[in-house]
Design a protein around this ligand. Structure first.
Ligand SMILES: Nc1ncnc2c1ncn2[C@@H]1O[C@H](COP(=O)(O)OP(=O)(O)OP(=O)(O)O)[C@@H](O)[C@H]1O
Ligand SMILES: [Mg+2]
Length: 306
């Protein structure tokens, strides 16, 4: 059964269409990702699913219910991690959990029972009595996630859970998300790191200008929109466009970036040999497997890593 189902879902702000008729089906236990450049409409979509922004058009069902008329019932079974942490900075870590728990009508005794394991899950046990404004960015993010779990949600919505975190904090967070997924929580997330999207998402959609431009598993997307391998070539030139002619015909497709050329081919080493045979000697080269980053670049013409 689809836990989240959208058909022709739309959202406009004045004349500006942020979400332009998208169709989605997200199943129970699935980990589903939204990828897309800034302004693609990811947060707008997540906010409609989370019942914090009214549906602008089309239909949306969350847990079989209608966000327009059954927002409270839906929210009771959702955990929401917004793009910006909305913690109470003046309160302690434990107090933040308690205040949130009371929104959901959770009793004092039950809160007491839940707080310990949640703090442990978020690795914040020692910080229980610390004021939120003294926490690091990573700790705040983990607290926001712990808080979103206070009502044992069936679906966890995470809007860029790891953006802005250092690598270590990111890894701790992803470890936590893996555990939730194993426990059967349906994860719906927006992401900016392709390596993580590849690891964590069973399925994902790429959004651009409010539309879904591709969908599938990471592997399917790579197979459809990229080649098996990529040869990256860098020259000591101010503009790589002037070097495009040097690699002409060596790959299925060539992408010209500011600082390098990307040659899409089934065999990167063979392309490199052919380049050397032409007498072309780049400053540096790299053969790698194609990734979601390449899919993204192909579909949106933009690189996610700025
Ligand atoms: N409340 C609002 N009023 C007016 N315009 C809005 C509002 N919220 C979002 N938008 C616009 O809608 C578009 C989509 O925004 P949204 O936040 O959904 O993008 P996003 O994909 O989440 O981007 P990011 O990766 O930067 O978080 C943007 O152009 C944004 O300026
Ligand atoms: Mg966003």
């Amino acid at each position: 059964m689809a836990l989240i189902e959208a058909a022709g879902l739309r959202k406009a702000f004045g004349d500006f269409v942020a979400v332009d008729g998208i169709d989605l089906q997200i199943s129970a236990g699935e980990s589903f990702g939204f990828l897309g450049p800034n302004g693609a409409g990811k947060t707008s979509t997540m906010r409609m699913i989370g019942c914090t922004s009214p549906v602008g058009g089309g239909t949306l069902r969350v847990l079989g219910m209608d966000p327009t008329t059954q927002a409270a019932q839906i929210k009771a079974r959702l955990g929401v991690v917004p793009q910006q942490d909305a913690l109470d900075e003046e309160l302690t870590v434990a107090q933040n959990l308690a205040v949130f728990g009371r929104y959901f009508g959770i009793s004092r005794a039950e809160l007491y029972r839940k707080s310990g394991p949640l703090l442990q899950f978020a690795q914040l046990t020692e910080k229980a009595g610390a004021k939120v404004d003294t926490l690091s960015g990573g700790m705040k993010r983990r607290l926001t996630i712990a808080r979103a779990l206070i009502n044992d949600p069936s679906i966890l919505l995470l809007d860029e859970p790891t953006t802005g975190l250092d690598p270590q904090a990111r890894h701790i967070l992803w470890d936590r998300l893996f555990r939730l997924k194993r426990e059967g929580v349906t994860l719906v997330l927006t992401i900016h790191y392709m390596d993580e999207a590849e690891q964590l998402c069973d399925r994902l959609v790429v959004m651009d200008h409010g539309r879904i431009v591709a969908h599938g598993s990471p592997r399917e997307l790579i197979r459809t929109y990229a080649s098996r391998e990529v040869l990256e070539v860098r020259f000591d030139v101010p503009d790589h466009a002037q070097k495009a002619a040097d690699v002409d015909g060596l790959a299925d497709r060539v992408e010209v970036l500011a600082d390098r050329l990307l040659l899409y081919t089934h065999d990167g080493d063979a392309a490199l040999d052919a380049l050397t045979d032409r007498g072309v000697h780049p400053q540096s080269t790299l053969v790698r497997r194609a990734s979601l980053e390449d899919v993204f670049l192909r579909l949106t013409g933009r690189s996610l890593v700025e």
